[in-house]
Ligand binder design. Structure first.
Ligand code: SAH
Ligand code: SF4
Ligand code: F3S
Length: 439
């Protein structure tokens, strides 16, 4: 047998890109590729890119520039760009960086094997279609390798919401849900390979409406089906939109034992004027009432969110409304970003906020979020949580895993194995993680 070819994949952006990178690696596995951890010995380099903010998109070009030397030494090396920058910029990437051999969008990567063959024949390969066929089905015959205790599983993709700042509806396309039976089959397959926790992914995961045995299924319906899978211990999902937080999903947070008490529910701003300008179609008040209902169903739930500061026309008063909302919700985690102009989106045409002002607001918001995050984490000390252990820690004999609430927990215990789910009493709260001891 010939030496396997080596594939180096670098992943940027959201969890869906992480899932997609696994699928691309498996697709190219059929072409005789195995993954390598460094670009230096690779026969193919794939950058799986993100277009969400300008910085993320520009990073791709500086990264590509760095491969010039490698390509000069090794003319057979193939370089590909996948993901959302590939979708948004297409052929332009090859014009800007001629060493790129292949450009593949997020909806066409099941066609990678043919594209790779084309590059081997010395041609350039470009595919940014939104094909009709189900890419997940094309990819299902994958190697059954053992894997770690946690996995992502894409159930829904794309978005029809068109928030005024966001590229996702353009890069991922229209909202599509996968049929429930295929997801359940994939979950069984993951569990057989050692997975104990699955995070269901979608750009609007709670809008899930995939075909089930009796018509369309909701996300809650799907979660209840997965709750029956033996050996699967934990279910999470991300990312949700406030407008799609259906009653049955809220209820499941109170009643479904495998569904974890953590919810990522981005609000973006606390100002109704800005929310309207963002085309979010919810208000600060409706969001707060929603959280009240979620907390009534599951009082200990840890909330997480996303914020944009410095959105066009945001005033100091609008920003204060965001601070007030954060003060009221108290997030266990929250991700905040300075608004980044994305060409082609409606907000790009509007009056921009002074960047220094936006930086200042971002700092204030992040300080408040960090304070809450720390308070919630510190509040875990003395409590007993269940930890799913994922890997060895930095210290000898130490293992690290995640609690139900997604906090990282360090435990000393040479007897603990990766994949164990154990009760831990929390003894300490550090900068970014907890420490505890086995019960
Ligand atoms: N589908 C998810 C997340 C999409 S992108 C959702 O609807 O919540 C992740 C986050 O990036 C968004 O929640 C938003 O806070 C941020 N984001 C998106 N576009 C942005 C832009 N143009 N500038 C800054 N942040 C942005
Ligand atoms: Fe982007 Fe809005 Fe869709 Fe989320 S809901 S992916 S922020 S357009
Ligand atoms: Fe980025 Fe595309 Fe995800 S733009 S955040 S990789 S959907």
């Amino acid at each position: 047998m010939s030496e396997p070819k080596k594939l180096f994949i670098k992943t940027y952006g959201c969890q869906m890109n992480v899932y997609d990178s696994e699928r691309m690696s498996e697709a190219l596995g059929g072409q005789g590729y195995v993954e390598t951890k460094t670009p230096d010995d690779a026969d193919m380099i794939l950058l799986n890119t993100c277009h969400i903010r300008e910085k993320a998109a520009e990073k791709v070009y500086s990264e590509l520039g760095r491969f010039k030397g490698l390509k000069a030494e090794k003319p057979d090396l193939k370089i590909g760009v996948a993901g959302c920058v590939a979708q948004a910029e297409g052929e332009e990437i090859m014009r800007r960086q001629p060493l790129v051999d292949l450009v593949v969008g997020p909806q066409s990567y099941h066609r990678l094997p043919e594209m790779e063959a084309k590059t081997r024949a010395g041609e350039k390969a470009l595919d940014t279609d939104f094909p009709e066929e189900d890419k997940f089905e094309k990819l299902k015959n994958r190697p059954k390798a053992k894997r770690g205790p946690t996995a992502f599983l894409t159930v829904q993709e794309g978005c029809d919401k068109f928030c005024a700042f966001c590229v996702v509806p353009y890069t991922r396309g229209a909202e599509v849900s996968r049929p429930a039976d295929r997801i359940i089959r994939e979950a069984h397959d993951l569990v057989e390979r050692g997975v104990r926790e699955i995070t269901l992914l979608g750009q609007n995961v709670n809008a899930y409406h995939g075909a089930g045995p009796d018509g369309d299924m909701t996300l809650a319906g799907l979660i209840w089906e997965l709750n029956k899978v033996d050996g699967l211990e934990r279910i999470r999902f991300t990312t949700s939109h406030p407008n799609d937080m259906a009653d049955d999903l809220i209820e499941a947070h109170g009643t479904c034992d495998k569904l974890m008490p953590y919810l990522h529910l981005p609000v973006q701003s606390g100002s109704d004027r800005i929310l309207k300008r963002m085309n979010r179609s919810h208000t600060a008040e409706s969001y707060l009432r929603l959280i009240e209902r979620i907390r009534a169903a599951r009082p200990d739930i840890v909330m997480s969110g996303d914020f944009i500061v410095g959105f066009p026309e945001e005033t100091e008063e609008d920003f204060q409304a965001t601070m007030d909302l954060v003060e009221e919700v108290k997030y266990g985690y929250a991700y905040s970003f300075k608004y980044s102009t994305r060409p082609g989106t409606p907000a790009a045409e509007r009056a921009q906020v002074d960047p220094a002002e936006a930086d200042d607001r971002l700092q204030h918001l992040q300080a408040l979020i960090t304070r809450h995050q720390r308070e919630i984490q510190d509040g875990m000390v003395g409590r007993t949580v269940r930890v799913l252990f994922e890997k060895p820690g930095r210290l000898p004999g130490q293992m690290v895993g995640k609690s139900e609430y997604l906090h990282s927990v360090h435990v000393k215990g040479p007897e603990i194995a990766v994949g164990d789910l154990k009760e831990v009493r929390i003894t300490e709260s550090g900068a970014n993680s907890l420490a505890g001891e086995l019960l």
